[in-house]
Design a protein around this ligand. Structure first.
Ligand SMILES: CC/C=C\C/C=C\C/C=C\C/C=C\C/C=C\C/C=C/C(=O)SCCNC(=O)CCNC(=O)[C@H](O)C(C)(C)COP(=O)(O)OP(=O)(O)OC[C@H]1O[C@@H](n2cnc3c(N)ncnc32)[C@H](O)[C@@H]1OP(=O)(O)O
Ligand SMILES: Cc1cc2nc3c(=O)[nH]c(=O)nc-3n(C[C@H](O)[C@H](O)[C@H](O)COP(=O)(O)OP(=O)(O)OC[C@H]3O[C@@H](n4cnc5c(N)ncnc54)[C@H](O)[C@@H]3O)c2cc1C
Length: 730
């Protein structure tokens, strides 16, 4: 399909393609993983092109409800083909290739994401990673054939990062051999799970397991949440959509609240722990964090997801830059393509290089993941901490870099890049979320730092460490590497750069032509040079600081530096004899400090009335009692009020110029404190998170309940598409 020449191609684009130094097909094969894979991908693309419904009205022009229904309609059509293709596959490798191809191609049909994303991305992987063999045999076929649709509900209103702090309880009742699920507080409401709001009928719920009066920590349970025929939420739970968000608008992210909701004993996913009929808890796992396995898997997946999303963004931006012409550089000559501007290349080329850095590293990381998994099957969990550290840091960096690079691509497309139809805003909205979900950026980097510090301690003790971090031992010379945060970050960057370089060299070392090798080498060099320049500060061995020197000789260095000052080269500066020094009063910064003091002194209290109004509003509208902010505002208001009455007595007898000056001072005072205290004064932040009274969870839930999708318990797309599809009648 893509090989056929397309009519009416822009002449500039044709010209650029002709200039290409290598065979594009060869690079395509490299990206796909081989000629056969390219052929298979094209076959699947053709099949989907023939059978998939396209949007009649652009997705972005639909209402939130229509967007969701349209996404269900397309997802059902896509998954019908997907299920058919999967049923023809016999080998594991074919299945993973097919899943990846489907994932990539499916993106062409959604501006946002499919409501089935969590089913495919987390529900199925959790069944595989957390269920016992018997449970896998039961659940996997149902999930693979989409007879059930699931999601993954771990995060709660009160906790996302700190998993051990989750509050949902699953208490075993040995009389009925059931677990009883409860959400004891508002903050324990499950929040965020994709597909939960309207689509899923099953859900993995992470809850604190209690049996025989003991808490055994968080465990995953597989839970039916909606009736399979009517799709109505089951009795004992409250479920809905959480409301509009930056991206993921068609993912119906949801909330879920349990009230004594009973589930059978074998709802506990029992690969790593069991509860026997009599309530005895049996630990199976050799490592306490194996229940976190799905998160590691998705973090690994996300590296390739970022490569793919950035590749789309940069392809859009490069093509557009070839087409777009701007500015007359030479009179009567055509305007240049913006691609020819060096500054434009600066914006774009690092993104191209980053795509390959991510993709090569992702291939390597996935292989590493499978190796560690295979070892763990045989009971060896030694490599898990390193895999966790590695997947955490690579996930954090690539999601952060990717959304920043997509923003650059959008900037590179000028105003038109701001159009939803350019797809750049949607790509950004999708990728910027990845920096937060599946482990927040900072939190994951801290996990890696923790691992590196522990490794460093081993190095110090002279113990052996894994090959990936062996460089810590090689660089024990403290001049080059130290144990400061900068040192750790530097070490971390060395890993990433090292992997990219070795993997890209390995990947292009056979088969590929010299032309491709040249290009890959250039991209690899660009990536390394770019980041060395970006991080020059980190790479330099001296910090250029008198205070931060390794040996701690702070005072000696301060004195040495002071003595080097040119001012100290002469005992008396000539200005002593000649020019007077400027008055500090002339410095604007000094005026800033002083004038507000004067204004405070002279201001009068129209401000007070105005502030009192606001205080009354705050107190009455929000029902706020005494808070720490009120006394401060009160004092300020009293001060102004008293001062006002004193000023009023004398101001009318003053001359006009003096009255004008006083009014200016009053204005200054007013503006200064309005700006300083705007957080207290504004009631119009329009934010569930930033409300004055801090009732964040209540407001999030109130807003979610106002959400139109929650006005109907079952969306009509269930009857139209989902139900016939699940029942095989479509
Ligand atoms: C057609 C379509 C086809 C296919 C679709 C396919 C693919 C789609 C691709 C991608 C999209 C997928 C999903 C879709 C989108 C959105 C979904 C979003 C989902 C979610 O966000 S789910 C919720 C995720 N939540 C988190 O990630 C929470 C983050 N928090 C944590 O991970 C942990 O709590 C944290 C912060 C690491 C700390 O845990 P904890 O407090 O328990 O531990 P400690 O800090 O005390 O450390 C103790 C010890 O444990 C080690 N450790 C921690 N985590 C792990 C781990 N995961 N594995 C191994 N070890 C771990 C830690 O290092 C400490 O070790 P030490 O004592 O130092 O030895
Ligand atoms: C689009 C999207 C989809 C999602 N889908 C799902 C889903 O399907 N299922 C699901 O279960 N969850 C889902 N989530 C939730 C997601 O996993 C969490 O939002 C994420 O893990 C971050 O947790 P948090 O929201 O509690 O942030 P917080 O932890 O509250 O983070 C707030 C700030 O505190 C900082 N911080 C927190 N802890 C520390 C620490 N220990 N040290 C230093 N700084 C810290 C963070 O860096 C951040 O700056 C989704 C989220 C989004 C945005």
């Amino acid at each position: 399909m893509r090989n056929k020449p397309i009519a009416n191609v822009n002449a500039d684009l044709l010209k650029e393609r002709k200039n290409c130094s290598f065979d594009i097909e060869e690079l395509t094969n490299l990206i796909d993983g081989g000629k056969n894979q390219t052929a298979r991908r094209r076959e699947i693309e053709n099949m989907l092109l023939k059978n998939m419904p396209f949007d009649i009205i652009p997705e972005e022009c639909l209402s939130a409800k229509e967007k969701y229904e349209n996404a269900v309609r397309k997802s059902v059509a896509l998954n019908k083909i997907g299920v058919e293709l999967v049923s023809q596959v016999t080998k594991a490798k074919e299945l993973s290739d097919l899943t990846l191809t489907l994932r990539r191609v499916s993106d062409a049909y959604f501006r946002e994401v499919t409501p089935f994303l969590l089913h495919l991305g987390m529900f199925i992987p959790t069944i595989l990673g957390q269920c016992s063999d018997e449970q896998v045999a039961h659940w996997l076929p149902l999930a693979m054939q989409l007879k059930i649709i699931g999601t993954y509900a771990q995060t709660e209103l009160g906790h996302g990062t700190f998993i051990r702090g989750l509050e949902t309880t699953a208490t075993y009742d040995e009389r009925t051999e059931e677990f009883v699920l409860n959400s004891p507080t508002l903050s324990s409401s499950k929040w965020w799970a994709g597909g939960l709001g309207k689509t899923a009928n099953h859900c993995i719920v992470v809850a604190q397991l209690y049996t025989k009066g003991e808490c055994y920590g968080t465990h995953p349970f597989i839970v039916q949440i909606r009736d399979m025929d009517t799709h109505m939420p089951l009795k004992g739970l409250k479920v809905g959509e959480i409301g509009p968000r930056l991206g993921f608008q068609t993912a119906d992210n949801g909330f879920l609240v349990f009230d004594n909701f009973r589930i059978p004993r074998d709802s506990l996913m029992m690969k790593h722990a069991k509860v026997l009929k009599d309530g005895t808890y049996v630990k199976i796992a050799r490592h306490s964090k194996l229940t976190y396995g799905t998160m590691i898997f998705v973090r690994v997946l996300l590296v390739s997801e970022m490569a793919f999303n950035l590749s789309k963004a940069v392809t859009i931006a490069v093509r557009y830059s070839a087409v777009r012409r701007q500015s007359e550089l030479k009179p009567n000559e055509p305007e240049p393509q913006v691609l020819d501007y060096l500054t434009q290349q600066h914006k774009l080329f690092i993104s191209i290089s980053t795509v390959y850095a991510f993709q090569f590293t992702s291939n390597w990381l996935m292989k590493t993941y499978h190796t560690v998994q295979a070892n763990m099957k045989h009971g060896n969990t030694d490599a898990l901490p390193e895999l966790h550290a590695l997947s955490s840091c690579l996930k954090a960096i690539c999601t952060s870099d990717c959304s920043a690079a997509i923003e650059q691509c959008r900037f590179a497309c000028g105003g038109h890049g701001y159009m939803i139809s350019s797809n750049l805003p949607s790509l950004y909205a999708f990728t910027t979320a990845t920096r937060t979900y599946e482990g927040d950026y900072t939190v994951l980097l801290l996990q890696t730092a923790r691992f590196l510090v522990k490794t460093w301690e081993q190095v110090e003790l002279g113990n052996a460490v894994t090959p990936m971090v062996a460089y810590l031992a090689r660089h024990q010379n403290r001049e080059a590497w130290d144990e400061s945060p900068e040192g750790i970050i530097r070490a971390f960057e060395a890993i990433a750069a090292g992997v990219y370089q070795t993997e890209s060299v390995r990947s292009v070392s056979f088969g590929q032509s010299d032309a491709i090798k040249d290009v890959m080498k250039q991209l690899s060099d660009l990536y390394l040079l770019y980041w060395s320049l970006e991080r020059t500060g980190d790479l330099l061995t001296t910090l250029k600081s008198t205070l931060g020197s390794y040996d701690g000789r702070v005072y000696e260095r301060l004195m040495e530096e002071a003595l080097k000052s040119p001012l100290n080269q002469e005992p008396v500066n000539e200005s002593f004899h000649n020019e007077p020094e400027p008055q500090v009063m002339d410095f604007v910064s000094q005026q800033h400090k002083l004038f507000i003091g004067i204004a405070s002194y002279y201001s009068y209290s129209m401000t007070a009335l105005w502030l009192w109004d606001i205080l009354t509003k705050v107190t009455s509208e929000l029902g706020v009692g005494k808070t720490d902010r009120l006394p401060e505002s009160h004092g300020r208001a009293v001060f102004m009020s008293v001062f006002n009455s004193e000023m009023e007595k004398s101001v009318s007898s003053l001359s006009a110029p003096l009255q004008a000056v006083l009014r200016q001072l009053v204005e200054l005072y007013l503006y200064y404190w309005t700006l300083e205290k705007r957080g207290d004064l504004l009631l119009v932040l329009q934010s569930t998170l930033g409300s004055y009274d801090g009732r964040v969870y209540e407001r999030l839930m109130e807003e979610a309940l106002k959400n139109p999708p929650n006005k109907e318990p079952v969306n009509e797309s269930f009857h139209k598409y989902l139900k016939p599809f699940i029942q095989g009648k479509l």
